[in-house]
Design a protein around this ligand. Structure first.
Ligand SMILES: Cc1ncc(COP(=O)(O)O)c(C=O)c1O
Length: 423
């Protein structure tokens, strides 16, 4: 048995850092001349007429909410997402209206959306749909409800670059779509995002807003590069398997919270009513060049993740303690992770998930819990109203099985054998 591979890895590999170093020396971080070439290639790749690179996916969401709604408008959205997406809606001057999710996927529930639309007070509103874990939401039903009510729909495809529905890319199924180019995403531009839309006026508006911002300062770019290089080195084979995983495994099994926290994400659950200044930059050529060379690999990587997920799902079918996501169907679900759930009520699932993760750690498997919250239930957001029981349950239930390229059959089978012994 080889050493345990890490739960997460950044995309792009060593070549991505070497390219960044070369581009830094050439000064590509001081201009954005290469951004239009990336945008054109991305638009071609998605089949959408307009692509606008943004500083981050979350800032793309902020700018789209501003473009579609006047201040005080409402955004119907799932609370099972990153806290900052909700913050961006608030920062754009809108009010989130939390809508519960589907039990199997954690994506927006059409039935709950229909009910929320019926209850909407007068005034302008829009729908924000998240395709979580690379699994496409039920867009036909969601679009039908939104169209009947005359609401624009934006897709948060930050986790779903490469997913498809009926031959069309997730992110191009509604009025506008947002993708993330963060370091753990399948196109890693160190940080960044892209918005696609068929509406030239929306694209022009987003571009004008972005172009009024200053280029990202070099120190910010260097800090992000340093962070992702360090994370990547620490997570690399064999550093992780030989030294760090044994340490973090011990920390997890012995509840050493100060170390456990280092592997957790979404620790900051504060409400932030404005966009932090450091997020409001213009993406540079360094990021655009990095993203451009990774585009041709998206579909092959998606197929590899789909194959991995199919292997997990075939073996786990019938496991009485687990609920499984819908199977990937061709390129439909790109399966950023294979997001399985422990079964049980909201009161039971957290303890059961912890039990599964402890069991896996004892078996030397490095597997992560999904750390997203039901944002509607967080103390700083509760005043916004809306209870979402499914979002609360699923936030305690999901375990993310790795699917990244290079996570090989031996590792997958070791995960499966360990899970099979947990009932
Ligand atoms: C569902 C979802 N939406 C939005 C984002 C934000 O992406 P970015 O970090 O590029 O702002 C993320 C990032 O992980 C995400 O998972």
């Amino acid at each position: 048995m080889r050493l345990t591979l890490a739960r997460y890895r950044t995309y792009g590999g060593v070549a991505n850092y070497l390219r960044a170093a070369r581009d830094l020396l050439a000064g590509a971080h001081r201009h954005d001349d290469d951004v239009p070439a990336f945008e054109a290639a991305f638009a071609r790749w998605t089949g959408s007429p307009h692509a606008v690179m943004t500083s981050l996916a979350r800032v793309g969401i902020h700018d789209l909410v501003r473009a579609y709604l006047p201040r005080g408008g409402r955004v119907l959205m799932s609370p099972y997402t990153i806290v900052d997406v909700v913050n961006m809606v608030l920062a754009a001057g809108a009010t989130p209206v939390f809508v519960d999710v589907e039990p199997a996927t954690g994506n927006l529930s059409p039935a709950a959306l229909e009910a929320a639309v019926q209850r909407l007070p007068s005034g302008e509103a829009m729908v924000l749909v998240t395709h979580l874990h690379g699994v496409t939401a039920d867009m036909a039903a969601i679009l039908a409800i939104a169209r009947r009510a005359g609401l624009p729909v934006v897709e948060d495809a930050a986790q779903s670059l490469g997913a498809e529905l009926d031959g069309r890319r997730a992110g191009t199924l509604a009025d506008a779509g947002v993708y993330s180019l963060g370091s753990y995403k399948n196109v890693n531009a160190h940080f960044g995002g892209v918005v696609v839309t068929e509406d030239a006026r929306i694209a022009d508006r987003l571009r004008a807003v972005r172009d009024a911002r200053p280029l990202f300062p070099t120190r910010h770019l260097l800090r992000k590069l340093r962070e992702s290089t360090v994370n990547d080195l620490l997570g690399a084979h064999p550093t992780w398997g030989l030294a760090l995983f044994p340490l973090f495994r011990q920390a997890f099994l012995r509840d050493w919270e100060h170390l456990n926290r280092l592997l957790r994400i979404e620790l900051d659950t504060a409400l932030r009513p404005s966009v932090p200044a450091y997020m409001l930059g213009r993406p540079t050529s360094l990021q655009a060049r990095s993203a451009l060379v990774q585009l041709p690999r998206i579909d092959a990587h998606a197929q590899a993740r789909i194959a991995t997920t199919s292997r997990y799902l075939a073996a786990l079918e019938g496991h009485t303690g687990l609920a499984l996501p819908p199977p990937p169907d061709g390129l439909r679900h790109v399966s950023t992770y294979c997001a399985i759930q422990v079964r049980g009520s909201t009161e039971q699932v957290r303890a059961r998930r912890h039990d599964l993760l402890r069991h896996l750690a004892r078996a030397w498997r490095d597997v992560a819990a999904q750390h997203l919250h039901d944002v509607s239930a967080l103390p700083s957001f509760r005043h916004l109203g809306g209870t979402c029981p499914e979002a609360s349950r699923i936030a305690g239930a999901v375990v993310l099985l790795p699917t990244y390229p290079g996570y090989d059959d031996e590792q997958i089978d070791a995960n499966l054998e360990a899970i099979d012994r947990w009932r």
